[in-house]
Design a protein around this ligand. Structure first.
Ligand code: PMP
Length: 287
């Protein structure tokens, strides 16, 4: 069951005008929110980032936080799995094709849910392969825009190379993955690129930094040079749907010893413990 512009319906019944500016221009933003045991995880953060994305494209938020919360809860109860991921999507609505913003148009709001499957144990044990590529996206990567063509092409390069993710390099520095944030580990220090217009401010990225601070893990948030990626002891990728995974090969070369390392093991455990703690707290949404 999905939500589209005021109605709940089976996804097969959902219809959108071909003049929707999401379809014509990719003129919209989205969020992906994990749900564990039927509770949205870090919902406040996701709704704040949605607001940041909407501000970035100068589109008024069609709903208050309370309204979003209610809509998302209704989607969660109408779908089967206990663990889901919610995809919510707002476009500038339907108008005659013209780049200029239309006046008085109602935004399109779409929410769907899919089962959230944990990464297979095999991949957690071996880690995943990545390739590197030049980051050829625009300069507002902090906006979670639905126009994802560069990300699609960059991620497909990884798939074509038999890898899982593409690590992006811009002007000699690492920005993020095509669909994830990337951390580097060197000599026991967790290195994280600073949040700016060149990367998506990941919610999982924030959780990882909070967990690291809470466990006194040495952290440096600073630009990470390409050679630091290539000589890393460990590389980690994070996203709402993949949580934390170890990247154990980059461009066909082993990262460190070519196996998930101690930092991955520690942060993975802390992440699972954190999830379990907030689940026990019994609120309707994870904080
Ligand atoms: N960067 C990009 C480009 C992404 O698409 C994503 C999400 N898939 C992330 C980072 C990770 O963000 P989050 O932890 O909020 O899912």
């Amino acid at each position: 069951m999905i939500y589209l512009n005021g109605d709940f319906m089976p996804i097969e019944h959902a219809r959108i005008s071909v003049l929707d500016r999401g379809f014509i221009f990719g003129d919209g933003v989205y969020e992906v929110i994990p749900v564990y045991s039927r509770k949205p995880f870090r919902l406040v953060d996701h709704l704040l980032r949605l607001q940041h994305s909407l501000d970035g494209i100068r589109l008024q938020n069609p709903h208050s936080s309370e309204e979003w919360r209610t809509l998302l809860e209704q989607i969660v109860v109408r779908n089967e799995s206990d663990d889901q991921y919610l995809y919510l999507h707002v476009t500038r609505g339907i108008a005659r094709r013209d780049h200029a913003f239309p006046q008085g148009v109602v935004p399109t709001v779409f929410i769907m849910s899919n089962p959230l499957l944990a990464p297979p144990n095999g991949l957690l044990a071996t880690g995943v392969a990545a390739i590197t590529a030049s980051d050829n996206r625009w300069l507002r990567c902090d906006i979670k825009a639905i126009s994802l063509l560069p990300n699609v092409l960059l991620r497909q390069m990884a798939i074509d190379a038999g890898a899982m993710e593409t690590v992006l390099l811009r002007d000699g520095f690492m920005t993020e993955g095509a669909a994830s944030n990337i951390f580097v580990v060197k000599d026991g220090v967790l290195l994280a690129p600073p949040k700016n217009h060149l990367m998506l401010p990941g919610i999982t990225y924030d959780v990882v930094l909070e967990l690291a601070a809470g466990d006194n893990i040495p952290v440096e948030v600073r630009p990470i040079a390409e050679h630091e990626v290539r000589t890393a002891d460990e590389i980690l990728l994070t996203s709402s749907t993949r949580e934390i995974m170890a990247v154990t090969r980059v461009d066909d070369k082993e990262v460190g010893r070519g196996k998930p390392g101690a930092m991955f093991a520690l942060l993975y455990r802390l992440y699972q413990e954190y999830k379990a703690t907030v689940m026990r707290a019994g609120t309707s949404a994870y904080p």
